[in-house]
Design a protein around this ligand. Structure first.
Ligand code: NAD
Length: 497
């Protein structure tokens, strides 16, 4: 028997990756680890499957994707239970995560033809005798590399876009949640049994690296910023394009005219759902002075009702416990005050809700992704200071604003890909809104129209429809015709606006 076990990483025994429940240590299932050849073989199979899938056309693919959607709806309890058994997250959170995944799958399936299908574009002066046609063609094979924190939603978002656009997909789920990834591929095969249009390969990070180099035409990566950089470097070797959904340090701004009770409720939810292991989780709050005291009090009262092992599940990845502990200790050492939880909050595998005030801006808890049920609240003079402080971060994923009169204006000024006004994380629930970050949070978009275009190449076609009155693109043009073209340019574009 061969066994390799790097502390903190899932166990691999006899070529099998073993998934365990972080709360109980119980085995949740095992899957074979793919070697480099297996990854390349999967991509080779996917190329052929992708051609067949493309050949089904918009309607054929839509029908299959909607069947998959319905299957997931019917078996949602099974999926949520599986997610609970290998990531530890509460079953209700698993159900909600699956609900969001279903929303994105449904939207992508129904809208792919409208967004990506062929259309005519208006002709322009220089080639007036040609018509323009635009369509978005699939890349071929898309590699999807996923994290463990939302093992259903994070892969299903890019998978929905990629499949609806006509690509085949090879998924490399997180080594902490392989069974959910396997479930997705297995159930898809029930509605598309003909060809391996959605396959899964398992293993640690090296298998993700192998997928980047296995001849895929695009990689959709979701995970940490550090890994995103490695993925981009691996993809650069063959100019494989990437969409990178990386980490965050999202801020919530509470303005003077905010509904303080609602803001506190949403802050606690945004910070502590999934035990804070959320890329778009709220980690920092900037509350303006007039509402600050009431807000802190309401957050503490609310967060104090949450129980570890109930609403707050375990920390899925053991090494994250150390990072959370460091952030807590650093915040306290730098003068921060824990108004809830604090020094003893980390009791493996759980972290109890922790709320800090007075944490200086250079503390790790204000700058780095903590990924635990912790929150810092900082008092600011006004919304301008809140925006400046919120934007003082290399990350820029999501964010939230509570307020009335200026809330949308403040939302626009936040340096991030998404902002929820008078809510937190709500943009995840709309299939028609793109999702993605700026700066160290990555680039490119999944979900919505942009998320469909991310998985297709724009293809432009011009078609000559008659003889040229002013032939511009031929050696047959005469000097007089060139002068006429310049004259036309002056008429059309020469005037100052
Ligand atoms: P991670 O970066 O450790 O791993 C993500 C995936 O990358 C895993 O499947 C892993 O096996 C694989 N991987 C590791 N090394 C690789 C390499 N060299 N080449 C290719 N693949 C490799 O991230 P994680 O711990 O699984 O997830 C948590 C992180 O994900 C957090 O930072 C969180 O903010 C982020 N996240 C972002 C989003 C988003 O949409 N922006 C969503 C969820 C999670």
């Amino acid at each position: 028997m061969t066994a390799t076990h790097v502390p903190g990483l899932p166990r691999v025994e006899d070529g099998q990756l073993i998934s365990t429940n972080p709360a109980t240590g119980e085995e949740a299932g095992r899957v074979p680890v793919a070697d480099e050849t297996a990854v390349t073989d999967a991509v080779t199979r996917a190329r052929a499957a992708g051609l067949w899938w493309q050949g089904l056309g918009w309607e054929g693919r839509k029908t299959r994707l909607l069947r998959w959607r319905s299957l997931i709806v019917h078996r949602i309890d099974e999926l949520a239970a599986l997610t609970h058994s290998e990531s530890g997250k509460p079953v209700t959170d698993g159900l909600m995560e699956a609900a969001a995944a279903i929303e994105h799958l449904d939207w992508a399936a129904r809208n792919a033809k409208r967004v990506l299908g062929p259309r005519r574009v208006r002709t322009r002066l220089l080639v007036a005798e040609h018509t323009g046609h635009l369509e978005y063609q699939p890349y071929g094979v898309v590699g999807v590399i996923g994290p463990w924190n939302y093992p259903i939603l994070t892969p299903v978002g890019p998978i929905s876009g990629a499949l609806a656009a006509g690509n085949a997909v090879v998924l490399k789920p997180s080594e902490y949640t392989p069974m959910v990834g396997q479930w997705l591929a297995d159930t898809f095969a029930e509605v598309v049994p003909e060809h391996p249009v959605l396959q899964v390969v398992h293993g640690l990070g090296d298998v993700g690296g192998a997928l980047c180099r296995a001849g895929v035409h695009k990689i959709a990566f979701t995970g940490s910023t550090a890994t995103a950089k490695r993925v981009m470097a691996a993809c650069a070797e063959n100019l494989v394009p990437v969409v990178l959904e990386a980490g965050g340090k999202d801020a919530l701004i509470v303005d003077a005219d905010a509904d303080v009770a609602a803001a506190a409720d949403a802050a606690v939810w945004g910070a502590m759902t999934n035990a804070g292991q959320t890329c778009v989780g709220i980690e920092r709050v900037y509350a303006v002075a007039p509402v600050y005291d009431r807000f802190v009090e309401a957050v503490v009262a609310k967060a104090a009702t949450l129980r570890t092992g109930e609403e707050i599940g375990p920390i899925t990845m053991p090494k994250q416990l150390g990072i959370i502990r460091e952030h807590i200790e650093d915040a306290l050492a730098k003068g921060g005050r824990a108004v809830l939880g604090g020094a003893d909050a980390v009791q493996a595998p759980y972290v109890s809700p922790t709320v800090f005030v007075d944490v200086p801006a250079d503390a790790a808890a204000q700058r780095e992704e903590t990924f635990g049920p912790t929150l810092t609240i900082t008092k600011v003079a006004d919304a301008d200071e809140a925006v400046t402080r919120a934007n003082d971060s290399p990350y820029g994923l999501g964010g939230a604003v509570f307020g009335k009169r200026d809330a949308i204006r403040i939302a626009r000024r936040l340096r991030s890909g998404m902002v929820a006004v008078n809510g937190t994380l709500t943009f995840v629930g709309m299939g028609n809104l793109p999702f993605g970050g700026v700066g160290e949070s990555g680039f490119g978009r999944i979900h919505g129209e942009d998320g469909l275009r991310e998985f297709a190449r724009a293809k432009s076609i011009t078609v000559r429809r008659g003889p040229s009155l002013l032939p511009a693109m031929t050696f047959e043009r005469t000097p007089a015709q060139v002068r006429q073209i310049v004259k036309a340019l002056r008429l059309l574009y020469g005037r100052k606006p």
